[in-house]
Design a protein around this ligand. Structure first.
Ligand SMILES: *[C@@H]1O[C@H](CO)[C@@H](O)[C@H](O)[C@H]1NC(C)=O
Ligand SMILES: *[C@@H]1O[C@H](CO)[C@@H](O)[C@H](O)[C@H]1NC(C)=O
Ligand SMILES: *[C@@H]1O[C@H](CO)[C@@H](O)[C@H](O)[C@H]1NC(C)=O
Ligand SMILES: *[C@@H]1O[C@H](CO)[C@@H](O)[C@H](O)[C@H]1NC(C)=O
Ligand SMILES: *[C@@H]1O[C@H](CO)[C@@H](O)[C@H](O)[C@H]1NC(C)=O
Ligand SMILES: *[C@@H]1O[C@H](CO)[C@@H](O)[C@H](O)[C@H]1NC(C)=O
Ligand SMILES: *[C@@H]1O[C@H](CO)[C@@H](O)[C@H](O)[C@H]1NC(C)=O
Ligand SMILES: *[C@@H]1O[C@H](CO)[C@@H](O)[C@H](O)[C@H]1NC(C)=O
Ligand SMILES: *[C@@H]1O[C@H](CO)[C@@H](O)[C@H](O)[C@H]1NC(C)=O
Length: 572
């Protein structure tokens, strides 16, 4: 699909002509992308012969490169699209396919592989053969974003089933799968991982961001299902992840550094992809979670996009604020180091998400951090709040919408006439290159098209989060501890516990956990605590708002390295 010549058009004609051409691209490419995605899913996909039911192939390409595998990351991102469409009523035919995916992923979880088995780290294995057997060759493993992305896809489905009265299906089928993934993330987030491009082993922003999201929404789901001890552990680690997430921000460069290792600039589509895959329209422009319209994510987007202006010849001659083709990161040499469809679409998607939130909030903020980004669209704009009645708001949002459309227009220009989306297109002439029919390319087109429409998907709980004041590492795996205290009480009085770790609410009498008196006078609660750690705690009584603490000293427990433990205390 070739773009038209623009030289004879005025700027305003260009703007609406471009918008129209993007409308046309979406109406032709949307159905092709959806069909292309479905063709790569077994057992009936037309390009995925040999794939088991619900198994997503990365691409039918078997040589240079060989992508005939099922990656947990790609599959989960693809099924998130399918689950989003199903759960929002856009396509009601996807139910059986989603159930196939659930079954396939449950199988993958249990296949012993070079990363371990289901209980010793095997969930970090990045890819499997499409006949559901382990790939034993050398590879960049583990990749710890996979379990988080899979949990997010399945949690979206689980919440939908609960809303529709199918709690049994969630408890029996989905929760055991989700719990394995969340437990893996909870225990292992603070260990190094290969990044989403499978090249650098360190800590990676995308991985940390999607792990944070998974544990945050995992906490909510576990709480809903009454899995309170699991929930507490997820919440503790979600807070730790949110704290750690902040450390990727490079304040002097004004961008999110993709990886802590690797010896590169750190400017990387990693951050754009993290922003769109952790978008939560209820969270406004919150920079704590690097929301698409946050000043940090916008500044980072500008630095990232600008890094491609001079390195691809197809970007030559475009003005300094024009939309351009972008790849994974400027130092990339893989398959020649070219623009990718999915990274260029992701830039458009982040901007569409931002426009959706500004429109909801009827205003946008320009801060010192995001000033350079906004000045690309109006060189005279200053830091400040612009409400939707202001001319600056109209100027900026219409220029940004056009800028976003420009990224899709570049993908459109470099999409062949049959609409097929490969992985990359040549940096010198725009012709498709690397793996043909990349499933993730199709998924990225669909999510960008839907974001352009302002379509909203379920919140994951990003609104109003507070970044902990100091960062805690993960103390490692957690163990289940049952607290028992023998306490006689009077009518209306209840026994609570609080203590020195987040799970025990950090000594907060207000948030203290209530114990269960079913075996009165023994009051009980079971919580997941960090393993191999000495933890202090106290019980308290509450009666009509009146709080009575136990006498000193504090109680103390040193948790075992694995398994479970129990206390047998008597109220002092
Ligand atoms: C996983 O491996 C460990 C250590 O080799 C072993 O003890 C355990 O039984 C295995 N679990 C399964 C489910 O195979
Ligand atoms: C699964 O597929 C791989 C790769 O094609 C092949 O080497 C292996 O023999 C297959 N295993 C089974 C059990 O079919
Ligand atoms: C409930 O959910 C399970 C798990 O996805 C599914 O297999 C089952 O068909 C659902 N039941 C109903 C009545 O929809
Ligand atoms: C573990 O967490 C601590 C505290 O946030 C952080 O300083 C450290 O870099 C993390 N390490 C890894 C590998 O995630
Ligand atoms: C703008 O900043 C103010 C003050 O920090 C905040 O309350 C408001 O939500 C922000 N609005 C947007 C659209 O980011
Ligand atoms: C790009 O910058 C030029 C020069 O500052 C300006 O005239 C033009 O409006 C900008 N383009 C967009 C789309 O904002
Ligand atoms: C966008 O919204 C329009 C109007 O509601 C609808 O016809 C179209 O299918 C939507 N497109 C996408 C990609 O969601
Ligand atoms: C609880 O404590 C009381 C007073 O010390 C004691 O008499 C009673 O046997 C204890 N009950 C249990 C179940 O341990
Ligand atoms: C119990 O722990 C709290 C919180 O760390 C501390 O302020 C208090 O001094 C401790 N009590 C004793 C008796 O050590």
């Amino acid at each position: 699909m070739r773009f038209f010549a623009v030289s004879t058009l005025t700027l305003s004609a260009f703007v609406s002509a471009q918008s129209n051409s993007v409308d046309q691209y979406i109406s032709s490419e949307g159905p092709i992308a959806k069909a292309g995605l479905l063709a790569n899913i077994g057992p009936d996909g037309s390009k995925s012969s040999g794939a088991m039911a619900g198994v997503v192939i990365a691409s039918p390409s078997t040589t240079n490169p060989d992508y005939l595998y099922s990656w947990i990351r790609d599959s989960s991102l693809v099924f998130k699209v399918i689950i989003d469409q199903y759960t929002t009523g856009q396509d009601s035919s996807f139910g059986n396919l989603i159930d196939d995916f659930v079954t396939a992923e449950a199988t993958f979880q249990k296949i012993p592989n070079p990363s371990g088995n289901v209980s010793t780290g095997g969930l970090g294995e990045p890819k499997f053969y499409i006949n559901e057997t382990a790939f034993e060759g050398s590879w960049g493993r583990p990749q710890r974003d996979g379990p988080a992305l899979r949990a997010t896809a399945m949690i979206t489905y689980a919440n939908y089933l609960i809303d529709n009265g199918n709690i049994t299906g969630v408890k029996n089928t989905l929760w055991p799968i989700i719990q394995l993934d969340l437990d893996y993330v909870s225990s292992n987030w603070n260990q190094t991982t290969f990044d989403l491009w499978e090249e650098i082993q360190s800590s990676s922003f995308f991985t940390t961001a999607v792990q944070h999201r998974a544990l945050r929404e995992g906490f909510a789901l576990a709480s809903k299902l009454g899995e309170t001890s699991a929930a507490g552990g997820y919440l503790t680690q979600a807070d730790n992840l949110l704290c750690f997430l902040q450390s990727y921000w490079n304040p002097s460069g004004g961008y999110i550094t993709a990886n802590t290792g690797g010896g590169r600039s750190g400017k990387d589509a990693n951050a754009v992809l993290a922003s769109i895959h952790t978008f939560d329209y209820t969270a406004g422009c919150d920079a704590a979670t690097f929301q698409p319209c946050s000043d940090k994510a916008l500044s980072s987007l500008k630095v990232f996009v600008d890094s491609f202006r001079s390195i691809y010849s197809i970007n030559n001659g475009l003005s300094a604020n024009a939309s351009v083709a972008v790849g994974r990161y400027p130092e990339d040499v893989y398959m020649g180091g070219n623009p990718w469809y999915l990274t260029t679409a992701a830039v458009a998607e982040q901007l569409y998400d931002a426009l959706t939130v500004w429109s909801d909030l009827d205003s946008l903020n320009v801060t010192s951090t995001s000033l350079a980004f906004f000045q690309d669209f109006d060189s005279s704009v200053q830091a400040g709040t612009y409400d939707s009645s202001s001319s600056a708001y109209s100027t900026l949002t219409s220029a940004i919408r056009d800028y976003a459309d420009g990224f899709l227009a570049i993908n459109a220009k470099n999409t062949p006439s049959n609409g097929g989306l490969s992985e990359q297109y040549s940096k010198s002439d725009g012709s498709p290159t690397s793996a043909a029919d990349l499933t993730w390319s199709y998924a990225s087109a669909l999510t960008a098209f839907s974001a352009r429409n302002g379509t909203k998907y379920a919140t994951w709980g990003a609104k109003g989060l507070t970044i902990p004041s100091s960062c805690s590492p993960n103390s490692g795996p957690t163990v289940s501890v049952q607290f028992n205290v023998n306490a006689t009480t009077i009518e209306g009085e209840n026994i609570f516990i609080t203590g020195s770790v987040d799970t025990l609410k950090d000594w907060s009498p207000d948030d203290a956990l209530k114990l269960d008196p079913a075996n009165y006078p023994i009051w009980q609660i079971t919580v997941n605590l960090p393993a191999s750690e000495t933890i202090q705690y106290k019980y308290l009584r509450k009666n009509n708002g009146q709080v009575t603490w136990e006498d000193d000293p504090n109680n103390s427990i040193t948790t075992p390295s694995s398994g479970a433990d129990a206390t047998h205390d008597t109220w002092r």
